[in-house]
Design a protein around this ligand. Structure first.
Ligand SMILES: *[C@@H]1O[C@H](CO)[C@@H](O)[C@H](O)[C@H]1NC(C)=O
Ligand SMILES: *[C@@H]1O[C@H](CO)[C@@H](O)[C@H](O)[C@H]1NC(C)=O
Ligand SMILES: *[C@@H]1O[C@H](CO)[C@@H](O)[C@H](O)[C@H]1NC(C)=O
Ligand SMILES: *[C@@H]1O[C@H](CO)[C@@H](O)[C@H](O)[C@H]1NC(C)=O
Ligand SMILES: *[C@@H]1O[C@H](CO)[C@@H](O)[C@H](O)[C@H]1NC(C)=O
Length: 298
């Protein structure tokens, strides 16, 4: 279970006086986490888990594979659209410009534990938060000055993050691990049903996450913290297909539909990638399709 995408953190910094943002409501948007949010931080040579080649993102208007682990938009892209940002937040490690609308620090392969992350040479969540985000703040201060930057990062959040300046935070629950196509394949029980014993572990994790979030809200009264329940949304799409337009549940679109992820999901190998992903909950064996991502955050 080492490589299962699981922990993610979204962070909205709210400070209306700041003049550089695109909306008064949310001037900047920060993403930390794994491949669910990674836009192109993993494109540098040293990292193992990548998605910057076809057929990734093939259903986006320009079909350019950036490093997003889907056939089109990620759930965070839909959020940025919803806040009327004119472009997605740049990947911190791609030397992106436009840093004043926020940044994306997520790195595919980063798990709960730094040890897992190191296995894939991904950027651990702790490093994203404690090093990259701090460096980023330094760069923003250089651009707009201490005073304006302080206004952007108006006090803090989530233990370290709270001290680093964030006030509005979204945390997503872990997806139903037992329903990922790769997991269904590996634990094959002769059908396409979810492996519920693994889901039970995930539910226990999500309960602890929710409990911690509730405690933080009590302790930090100025903190706006939202738990996005990705588990329930995805589980609903998977187990109650009649309520949505999805017909392909246990299989993913890419490749043989059983285990493909990252370099195994390779257009040049033409292993039978589906022609139309709109009916698939999963794009590759671990990651939701664009349409499922839209469901997750709508
Ligand atoms: C985004 O723009 C639309 C259309 O102008 C508007 O209706 C909506 O309220 C805006 N959303 C936010 C979060 O500002
Ligand atoms: C800080 O923000 C104010 C108001 O938007 C602006 O006039 C000023 O130029 C900014 N300072 C710097 C150093 O960018
Ligand atoms: C988190 O816990 C609160 C309070 O017990 C509950 O109302 C809420 O539905 C839970 N959210 C999730 C995502 O489990
Ligand atoms: C995809 O497969 C082709 C053909 O085997 C190979 O040349 C290419 O390097 C592969 N791409 C990746 C990203 O592994
Ligand atoms: C894919 O399927 C959906 C619904 O089945 C349909 O609306 C859409 O036009 C199809 N897209 C392509 C590119 O064939």
């Amino acid at each position: 279970m080492l490589f299962v995408p699981s922990f993610c953190l979204l962070c909205f910094v709210h400070s209306s006086p700041f003049a550089y943002g695109q909306t008064d409501l949310v001037p900047a948007f920060f993403m930390f986490g794994d491949s669910t949010f990674d836009v192109e931080n993993n494109n540098e040579p040293s990292t193992v888990i990548k998605a910057n080649f076809p057929p990734y993102r093939r259903d986006y208007f320009n079909q350019k594979p950036t490093g997003r682990s889907s056939n089109g938009k990620l759930a965070t892209d839909f959020i940025a659209d919803g806040f009327n940002f004119s472009s997605p937040q740049p990947a911190y490690h791609s030397g992106g410009r436009n840093l004043l609308i926020g940044a994306n620090f997520a790195s595919a392969g980063s798990g709960h534990h730094d040890a897992t992350t190191n296995l894939f040479n991904a950027i651990p969540i702790t490093k994203q938060l404690l090093e990259n985000y701090k460096e980023y703040k330094g760069r923003v201060i250089e651009i707009v000055g201490e005073e304006n930057a302080t206004s952007l990062f108006s006090r803090g959040i989530h233990l370290d993050l709270y001290q680093l300046g964030a006030r509005r935070i979204g945390v997503k629950t872990s997806p139903p691990i037992g329903c990922l196509p790769a997991v269904i394949t590996l634990f094959r029980l002769g059908n396409n049903e979810c492996v519920e014993t693994l889901n039970h572990d995930t539910i226990a994790f999500n309960r602890r996450l929710n409990f911690t979030s509730e405690q933080l809200k009590i302790m930090l009264t100025d903190l706006k913290l939202v738990v996005f329940d990705v588990y329930q949304t995805l589980y609903g799409l998977i187990t109650r297909p009649g309520e949505s337009s999805f017909t392909e549940i246990g299989h993913s679109c890419c490749g043989t539909s059983l285990v493909e992820i990252s370099i195994l999901c390779n257009a040049s190998l033409s292993l039978g990638t589906c022609s139309n992903a709109t009916e698939y909950v999963f794009w590759d064996a671990f990651h939701p399709s664009e349409v499922a991502n839209k469901h997750i955050y709508s």
